[in-house]
Design a protein around this ligand. Structure first.
Ligand SMILES: NC(=O)c1ccc[n+]([C@@H]2O[C@H](COP(=O)([O-])OP(=O)(O)OC[C@H]3O[C@@H](n4cnc5c(N)ncnc54)[C@H](O)[C@@H]3O)[C@@H](O)[C@H]2O)c1
Length: 412
């Protein structure tokens, strides 16, 4: 599939396969399996000389600039990914490179778990400085794979050698897409993140539909209306790793949904899992804070920035746990100061969580002067961010991914 599509972009492609049936099909200008549009693509590209197939990696590698590895990575019995085909093919290629000086980009197209290139592919080419390894995951869907290739939703190329990443990305230039150039491990992981996201979306829509049906509501109308919101629903909102959620709405409404579903004898494992998943995430944050030495200054108390709402704030839960473990704590929240807060939130602090109220600092500088370590539990505004940086204190940032763990896609 990929070979024929690339050949149709005027690249010269030799497909290598150990399956003689597939080779014979291609050589005769026929597809070895059905996929809409593929038959014509293969007929035209074989006739023009852009596509051919053979079973010898030697012939294919001789003049190649790029070796695109698309071998199967089937599930093992444990659920783990089977890498036998990949191991075999990288060792096969490596064994044929002796005496070759021409550079070769080995691009992993197969779906592999993050770390596979570093641990399996790159070591196989140790001693071959002419080889660079990049990851170029495939996002094609069966049934519309040719159209997906020609009008890609996403093109990702990952690697540490910028020149090789750029060269590999350039093979897609005729498609006029902007590839995301990322780290090797991000490119490997993105495929899993995408497939998991698609699966979660389907399961979500089906669970909402199932609940709607029980409640005599048109689930399709519900989901179609949900999709009209391009700001919060079908958008990048809520899709960055960060801190646990809380507040007066999400936990309460998820609990109500789960309760009503159980009354209807309806199992909604995905929706029911959201709160326990959030609890596990909070536990990870607590463990990370417990690992910090000395006195801990926490920035943020409300469940998110720019509010003084403390209802079901995960920071309150975290602080209660840390107090229980005897940790020395102080808290600063720009919108929660006992001297200026009023109404229900003041009463809530004084009556429901006085043990937390006692930890509140009114001035962030007082917190900086007292603390050995800062924990950022709420997205700080620009001014506060600057002051945190200027404090010189070590920071555990719970609202953003740890520094260095995030690759920002570079648009070319
Ligand atoms: N099928 C899809 O729609 C799809 C979509 C996205 C990603 N992927 C990923 O792409 C990879 C390939 O998927 P597939 O469905 O094409 O698998 P497949 O098993 O249908 O094809 C793999 C091919 O590799 C050949 N092969 C294996 N070892 C070889 C060797 N040493 N030398 C030469 N040829 C060899 C096999 O004969 C087979 O024809 C997998 O990692 C899969 O997860 C597939």
């Amino acid at each position: 599939m990929t070979a024929a599509c690339l050949a149709s972009l005027d690249h010269f492609v030799i497909g290598v396969d150990s399956d003689q049936y597939k080779i014979d099909c291609i050589q005769n200008g026929r597809p070895p399996f059905y996929e809409p549009g593929l038959e014509e693509l293969i007929r035209l590209t074989v006739r023009s000389g852009h596509l051919s197939a053979c079973n010898s990696a030697d012939d294919a590698l001789r003049d190649a600039d790029i070796a695109l590895l698309c071998v199967g990575t089937p599930s093992e019995r444990s659920g783990n990914l089977g890498l036998d085909q990949l191991r075999r093919v990288v060792h096969d290629i490596a064994s044929r490179l002796t005496g070759r000086s021409k550079p070769l980009i080995v691009a992993i197209r197969s779906t592999v778990f993050p770390g596979t290139c570093d641990e399996v592919v790159i070591p196989a080419f140790a001693g071959y400085p002419q080889v660079t390894v990049v990851s170029n995951p495939e996002f094609l869907r069966e049934g519309c794979a040719v159209r997906d290739f020609m009008e890609p939703s996403l093109v990702v190329v990952g690697g540490s050698d910028a020149e090789s990443v750029r060269k590999l990305a350039a093979i897609y230039d005729p498609l006029r897409v902007q590839p995301c150039l990322v780290s090797l491990r991000t490119a490997e992981m993105i495929k899993y993140a995408c497939n998991a996201f698609h699966a979660v979306k389907i399961a979500f829509a089906n669970e909402v539909g199932a609940l709607a049906e029980q409640l005599q509501v048109d689930g399709r109308e519900v989901m179609e209306t949900l999709c009209q919101d391009r700001k919060l629903n079908v958008s990048a909102a809520y899709l960055k790793p960060g801190f646990a959620f809380g507040g007066s709405c999400l936990p309460k409404d998820l609990r109500a949904l789960a309760y009503r579903a159980s009354r209807l004898d309806l199992k909604l494992p995905l929706l029911e899992a959201a709160l326990p998943s959030n609890d596990r995430h909070l536990e990870r944050a607590v463990q990370a804070v417990l690992g910090l030495p000395g006195r801990i200054g926490v920035i943020g108390l409300a469940f998110k920035e720019d509010t003084d709402d403390l209802r079901e704030s995960p920071v309150v839960t975290m602080l209660e746990y840390l107090i229980g473990k005897g940790r020395e704590l102080r808290v600063y929240d720009p919108h929660i100061r006992l001297d200026s807060i009023y109404g229900s939130n003041r009463n809530f602090i004084l009556n429901a969580i006085p043990h937390i109220g006692r930890l509140l600092e009114s001035e962030v500088d007082t917190l900086f002067a007292w603390a050995d370590h800062l924990v950022v539990a709420q997205k700080p505004g620009e001014e506060l961010k600057r002051r945190i940086a200027e404090s010189g204190l070590p920071v555990l940032n719970l609202v953003g991914s740890p520094a260095g763990a995030v690759s920002i896609p570079v648009k070319v």
